[in-house]
Design a protein around this ligand. Structure first.
Ligand code: SF4
Length: 289
């Protein structure tokens, strides 16, 4: 395999009112930096050229063992082999605490210029009802700071529409936040009641209304990702072909953009590619070397 998945912790420090994962995974338990580095080395010696650092919430990694995510990334990228690191999902609430060091950790050319920071809503009132521990501005700042420093930088986020207390105005705030920050990837979910969660006890929004909002959000997200992807047409650079996706080998560039080519690359191959077309979901190019 080209991709090695390394779990860095289990559980999280939050209690988001819509979340069932917390109920099953419990509180944060970070694995030790040394153990993770050893695991990454094993993945590399098994032939992986890309390693994903994943957990329930990477943002709070290490807070229970007197460490943090930037320290972990710095230790991982010290491994001398040629490989890439994809840093997994993190709740933006910890960004003010780790951001400056994280920006420095991302200087390493081994780290994909990619962040997955789920914002969930653009309304601070809804975020408060979700007990997310961050505001819309926390997310806005992350997007601005990483894009400002690195230029081409992929932002992935998650949005829930139809949370029980979301009014039409709150929904519009989410749409406006997406229009403003233009995330490259938005994983859109329609809110659904999860047994055992606090939000399940709240008065729910009519399903048809949730669907209506979801449709509007979906269209906006498609427009934004097409517009973002269009900016890559003409880009030339190295691509690592790392995964098979729908019977085609998919590649990733430094910003973890998904790239397909007409040639038939092998998994693990690194090639120079020029991007010739863009769709809503991916970039299409040709191998130039
Ligand atoms: S949404 Fe994420 S951060 Fe919030 S409780 Fe669930 S797992 Fe933890």
């Amino acid at each position: 395999p080209a991709v090695g998945i390394v779990e860095i912790a289990s559980g999280c420090m939050s209690e988001c009112t819509f979340c069932q994962t917390k109920i099953s995974k419990g509180d944060l338990q970070s694995y030790r930096v040394g153990d993770i580095v050893r695991q990454v080395k094993t993945e590399i010696s098994d032939g992986c050229s890309e390693v994903w650092l994943t957990s329930t919430d990477n943002g709070c990694y290490g807070f229970d063992i007197d460490s943090d995510l930037p320290e972990l990334i710095n230790s991982v990228v010290e491994i001398p082999d040629k490989f890439f690191v994809r840093v997994g999902m993190m709740n933006p609430m910890y960004m003010p605490r780790i951001r400056d060091n994280l920006l420095k950790s991302f200087d390493s050319s081994k780290v994909f210029k990619f962040l997955h920071v789920p914002v969930q809503s653009g309304s601070d009132k809804v975020l408060n009802d979700m007990k997310r521990g961050h505001t819309a501005s926390t997310f806005r700042d992350v997007v601005n700071q990483f894009r400002e420093k690195f230029g081409k930088f992929t932002i992935s986020t998650d949005v829930i529409v139809g949370f029980p207390t979301e009014t039409e105005e709150d929904f519009e705030m989410t749409m406006n936040l997406l229009r403003e920050t233009k995330p490259d990837i938005v994983n859109l979910s329609r809110y659904s009641q999860r047994p055992g969660t606090d939000a399940a006890e709240m008065v729910q929004i009519d399903v048809a209304e949730v669907k209506r909002r979801s449709k509007i959000a979906y269209e906006l997200i498609s427009d934004i990702s097409r517009e973002n992807n269009q900016k890559w047409v003409g880009w030339k650079g190295q691509v690592l072909f790392d995964e098979e996706f729908e019977n085609q080998v998919r590649g990733r560039n430094f910003a973890y953009k998904p790239i397909f080519v007409n040639e038939e690359p092998k998994i693990g191959q690194i090639s120079s590619v020029e991007i010739t077309e863009a769709t809503n979901h991916s970039l299409i190019g040709r191998i130039t070397n």
